[in-house]
Design a protein around this ligand. Sequence first.
Ligand code: FAD
Length: 541
Amino acid sequence: MRSWWGWGDLERAISPDRAARVASRIAGALGVAPDVLTGPVPWRDVQIPDSKLVIPAWLRDIAISDPYERLSHCYGKSYVELIDGFYGRFLSVPDLVLYPKSPAEVSACLEWASGRSLTVVPYGGGSSVTGGINPAGAESTSGLVSLDTSKMNSLIEIDVVSQAAHMGAGVLGPQLERYVGEYGLTLRHYPQSFEYSSLGGWIVTRSAGHFATGRTRIDDYVESSSMTTPVGSFSSRRLPGDGAGPDRNGFVIGSEGTFGVMTSAWIRLQRRPEFKCSATVRFPQFRFAVDAVRDVVQSGLRPSNLRLLDENEAMVAASTNTPGSILMVGFESNWGPASSLLDSALSIILRADATLISRTDSDDPSDGDAGQSTASADPSAAWRSSFLEAPYVRDAMIGHGILMETFETAVVWAELPELIDQVMEGVREQLRRLSVPGWVSTRLTHAYPDGAAPYFTVIAKVSKGSEISQWRSIKDVASRVIVESGGTITHHHAVGRDHASGFESQTDPLFLAGLQALKEHFDPSGMMNPGVLMTRAGQQP
Ligand SMILES: Cc1cc2nc3c(=O)[nH]c(=O)nc-3n(C[C@H](O)[C@H](O)[C@H](O)COP(=O)(O)OP(=O)(O)OC[C@H]3O[C@@H](n4cnc5c(N)ncnc54)[C@H](O)[C@@H]3O)c2cc1C
């Protein structure tokens, strides 16, 4: 059963004993004691107003208004939302959850909602970390509807010759891979939220998978898309490339539910890689490792993994006690052994003051874990398992008063070192000012020839009752420094409501006015997801 407030499945939450051990290890490292565990307010004890809406007969098959459904569609998974959900403070709760099964039903739902001046918020997997699915008071006083796309989750058509598939927008990651896996194909788009996020959610929030270079952003995989708006529906033509005017998919990619509901997309697939190899390297200094990452991507090599952890991150995520930064590099291929590519990358990386810790090559395609080192001493193996478990650990720490939160950006190489220094210093200074024991660490998650995406993790012992204000003041500093240092307010976590003012401050006013005009064109009454992307867009009386 999906959690009504936190990540994933309730059955897979980590045990209280394990949570207590992790909490005391973290708190010990911070020089404090963790809070005694408290649990989330049970959903039956949460007080929410009755639904304002009566379900009309023709909607009965696809509409639900029971409290569990309404609660579990209220919030995404940002730290602020997790805290509110944990303490049973649910605001702007949808009056109704609609589950349309086709674009025609989406159209009918929007028409019905428009006729009653309701606000509609599209819902994919609910994994937004930027306030994308809770209108936070900007909803219509007539009522709020969560439009859940999960029943539009089928494989509509597959074109094996062109290696592309047409899928419903609500399909979640594992189901999508099962569909195309039957044809020996894969999308290979793996955000950390893969299990509980949807194709439509990925496209409208411009998600990034865990591959570090090459095709890793969902933008690269969208061949065509279909959207239903309050004033009608449109689709783009399937094309491998297109020079005819502005990009039609561009209206959909990154639109975050503000124009309408993405109902389906044709996505580009590839054959499953059969050859993989990887290596882990330690650097005494982070800045030398940054230079090595840049040299690798600028050489033209495109490793699937090129993830750099700073010293703090390596200690927490990769369980290593040896000082230094850790660089994980890996290649995969579906046409022949990838070892020579790894040789080339290592010849660049090891030119710097670096030590090879482990290397795994597998040229045997029958080995399912080809190239995945399982050595217990290998930091990259420890990092992989901690990557998947991290969201459950993050939730479990809330009850012990420990904040674990991340934010990210992208910036050109020339400005990267300065941005990282400024952000780390700004966050440390803010922690000191608040007298909050904590630390900040960083990693590079994605690397491009002209820049990279640094990702920051803050772990801190926050005070009960002040969790949200303490986190907000840290995040505000980080967001301001990021934009002032030339970075983007988000590389892949999306804009939502939390980053709307940052998006506005990094965007030319004339462009914003154009975006606002598009919003008014597709959504004249402002009923779609008011407040995402632009702070004033679509607010209703
Ligand atoms: C633990 C965790 C790990 C994460 N890791 C990553 C990561 O590695 N990479 C990454 O990029 N992101 C990551 N995220 C963020 C999040 O998973 C992505 O933003 C994801 O793309 C959201 O997909 P979703 O289906 O859950 O969308 P939702 O959360 O349901 O919605 C997100 C936004 O999109 C809108 N929306 C959703 N579906 C549609 C649709 N069909 N039509 C129109 N609008 C729609 C919603 O209204 C909302 O504004 C992570 C989040 C968590 C909690």
